[in-house]
Design a protein around this ligand. Sequence first.
Ligand code: FAD
Ligand code: MLT
Ligand code: ZN
Length: 491
Amino acid sequence: MLPPHTMPFHNPALFARNETMMRSLRDLLGSYGLIDQPDQMSGYAADWSGVSPGLPLAVARPASTAEVSAVVRLCAEHGVPVVPQGGMTGMAGGAMSLGGELLLNLSRMNRVVDVDLLNQTMTVEAGCVLQQVKDAAAAAGAYFPLALGAQGSCQIGGNLSTNAGGVNVLRYGNARSAVLGLEVVLADGEVLNLMRGLRKDNTGYDLKQMFIGAEGTLGVITRAVLQLYPMTPASSTAWIAVDSPSAAVELLRHLRARVGERISSFELISRPMLELVLAHHQQGRDPLTEPHPWYVLTEWSDSMASLDLRAQMEHVLGEALEAGLVRDATIAESLAQVGQFWSLRERVTEAQRAEGAIVKHDIALPLSKVARFLDDAGAFIAATLAGARVIVFGHVGDGNLHYNVLQPRGAAAKDFELAMKAVSRRVYEMVSELGGSISAEHGLGQLKAQQVFALKSRTELRVMQALKRALDPQDLMNRGKLLPHPTERNP
Ligand code: FAD
Ligand code: MLT
Ligand code: ZN
């Protein structure tokens, strides 16, 4: 899936091109590994955040850790900031240029280096596309559980750098949970080799964890040792109608008590989201005969091939129906129908984009506060922004909602985006008041970087800044993202 469109660069002010450095880069990477003509760089200038990028100095496309190390060392010598880039599916603008940096795109480093079934590990380069990693694991008879709508384009380096979530976090955790070893090129070009595949290693600080979720601000991830899991040949998927988000949360509690960790996914879908997808997805069909206000898409799986999960699902959902937890439900009869259910869920990102301007809130809440937030935020937006359409969906099993607001029909996009600034501020205040997070899985990137100053306690901020200073004293790694330099703080 390519980035949806390439934005015209803003901020054409180039750093004074340092010809000595450019010559060294060209000698190092060759013409195939370095792109330095603006008209050839547009393919590296759009992710899914919608930010309009600055004009980078150039795009480096290294083919090995050694080349990444040499490039970063050169940038450190010349004081040129570096932006690590993966599949550019990010939703916070973290991989986009702010202007003048060297984009360091890992796409050419896309080898699956090793699959070790006895140790249940897989060694991959950062530029491997997530789907490629999942397929290689499956081909070897194992399962790599990270699963998200962008898996056809996003790369492992980006997944680890954003600590990606997706639809299987409920059972397998975020990207962080699947990492046993890491190789990182530090801001001075030195290679930090933490490529161990051990489950237990208590010999000092667990350094790899600092780089997972750091959004490229502490170093460039070049390789990883990933944890593999047993395949789950037994599975069953249902599309369920419920009365409300609180009914969905109550249903999750009911199901967990009966099938526990076999629940791999538990996605909440609002009626407006389903209608939006059906409006843009010609082959899409409502899985149920009657419209309902809310739905849950849940998938159960198990490693025991002989287990009849479908029968178990039928029995447990029948109980839930009798208990009034569920209004209606349909269990997929075939893999094709499983695919139909999931495509209704995953097509939302593109369907939203087709509707015009959109402001996304990727939030996490305690499960017990989800219903309260939706009531309060919905009432606030209805009273503040007439005609705004709220699309709610997401990984409610993890307390993670995608609370997205679409431009009112007929409104000008610019007016909507302006009005939404105050609305988003209030939405995030509500989330914080309910003990939630303003970025559940997409990270802070550039879109929410300034919020870090309000979000974090003085002590938390002090430790984060001390870490950043220690590892990147020149502030070259993804400058202005996640943790802007204190001098960059907006008043
Ligand atoms: P990029 O966008 O290229 O970069 C993201 C960040 O990682 C940037 O800060 C960049 O500097 C940094 N980075 C990239 N590579 C490296 C590296 N090698 N070393 C250090 N830093 C690096 N996200 C979720 O978490 N859950 C979802 O369910 C989900 N669904 C999505 C569905 C769709 C349709 C789309 C378009 C996106 C979705 N996303 C989701 C967002 C996005 O896919 C994830 O954030 C993903 O992990 C980004 O990977 P990427 O390779 O595209 O990273
Ligand atoms: C998803 O879960 O689909 C994405 O994280 C959110 C989005 O596309 O808005
Ligand atoms: Zn998501």
